[in-house]
Design a protein around this ligand. Structure first.
Ligand code: 5AD
Length: 356
């Protein structure tokens, strides 16, 4: 049995002022999840987001630059063991062209996301980051390409990278071990997050909602971790099975729970950059709007060349519409405006302290 609505509202107030909760209170808030509480949390999260960011929503142009990966995460469609995946690797000129196109459209953050692909070359990526920053000094570059040695993270930072996304996936070591082969361990992942922070990246963590073996306890651990580590960005989306993975027959995560957790994360980390993710939009055609109305403030449209887009399949039925044209960019801006949000050419950096 979850705590009463009144008790949970008290916990939301505490979260809003303290930005953290004891584990037991996180558990109560998770167990107490009802449609009514979800609406209450969303209203409060929207108000907090408005205090920090007004009605601005930030767009990130996502370039999925390689789907080769040396890892074997049990949930992920581009895992090394999936021999059915059609592998691709973009060239430097593909990536620079996609970024130029994004710039023309109005994007001021490029996110380079890929599997852990040793053949891509760490220096190759460093050179690409340098060229991106030289071509568009007013753009932020975000990297999202897994666990690397400190020296590699440093090289990429020196090349000009601003941010790094590395979801922690689960802050509970036993749960983490059920999602990954034995060579991948939570402590390595957390060490990478600490290295990224030390190098002054804006750091992103996060997890899937409803991943197999996730429990109220593991979720309470995730929320505790986020409120302590205080990442500048948090990515959460529902787990969605991919048929050619060991978790192909597991059931998908809940859209409502994802939306509710977005609100709790906004209350815990008021200035956080929080995307309404593609996975949320994949499970629910209205997912992006629901995410924004729960406190999210980032959208990451796909800028990868259309020819490779359907190959970057982390899960089945992934929405692979992108923004090829100025026309679709304009439509996105207009639909956001229709919802009361303003999205313009803006790097959209993290706000640490509230602006007076
Ligand atoms: N469902 C939802 N999200 C997934 N990811 C990987 N596989 C899936 C899946 N089947 C997420 C992971 C990873 C991010 C890039 O995508 O959390 O960190």
């Amino acid at each position: 049995m979850g705590a009463s609505f009144e008790k949970c509202c008290g916990l939301l107030s505490l979260l809003e002022t303290e930005h953290s909760l004891p584990r037991e209170s996180w558990r109560e808030l998770i167990c107490g999840h009802t449609p009514e509480l979800q609406s209450e949390a969303a209203l409060r999260a929207m108000a907090v987001r408005r205090r920090y960011y007004g009605n601005r929503v930030f767009l990130r142009g996502l370039i999925e630059f390689t789907n080769f990966c040396r890892n074997n995460c049990y949930y992920c469609g581009i895992r090394a063991g999936n021999s059915k995946a059609q592998r691709y690797r973009l060239t430097e000129s593909d990536i620079l062209a996609a970024a130029d196109h994004g710039y023309e459209l109005g994007f001021r953050t490029v996110v380079l996301q890929g599997g852990e692909d040793p053949a891509f070359g760490d220096d190759n990526l460093a050179r690409i980051v340098e060229k991106l920053k030289a071509a568009h000094p007013d753009c932020a570059v975000t990297l999202s390409c897994g666990e690397r040695p400190f020296e590699v993270y440093r090289r990429w930072k020196d090349a000009g990278a601003d941010r790094y996304l590395l979801r922690h996936e689960s802050a509970d070591p036993a749960h983490y071990a059920k999602l990954h082969p034995a060579v991948q361990i939570l402590s390595t992942r957390l060490e990478c997050l600490r290295m990224l922070r030390e190098l002054h990246y804006q750091v992103g963590a996060g997890f899937m909602v409803g991943s197999p073996y996730q429990t109220v306890e593991t979720l309470a651990e995730d929320l505790t971790f986020l409120s302590e580590f205080k990442p500048e960005m948090v990515g959460i989306g529902p787990f969605i099975p991919h048929c050619d993975t060991p978790f192909g027959h597991e059931k998908a995560g809940s859209v409502d729970l994802t939306v509710y957790l977005l609100s709790l994360i906004r209350l815990a980390l008021p200035g956080v950059l929080l995307p309404a993710t593609t996975a949320l939009a994949t499970l629910d055609p209205d997912g992006r709007r629901k995410g924004l109305f729960a406190g999210a403030n980032v959208i990451m449209p796909n800028l990868s060349p259309p020819t490779v887009r359907e190959k970057y399949l982390l899960y089945n039925n992934k929405a692979h519409t992108g923004l090829e044209s100025a026309e679709s960019y304009r439509k996105l801006i207009e639909s956001l405006a229709g919802l009361g949000f303003e999205a313009g050419p803006d790097r959209g950096d993290h706000i640490k302290e509230m602006q007076k």
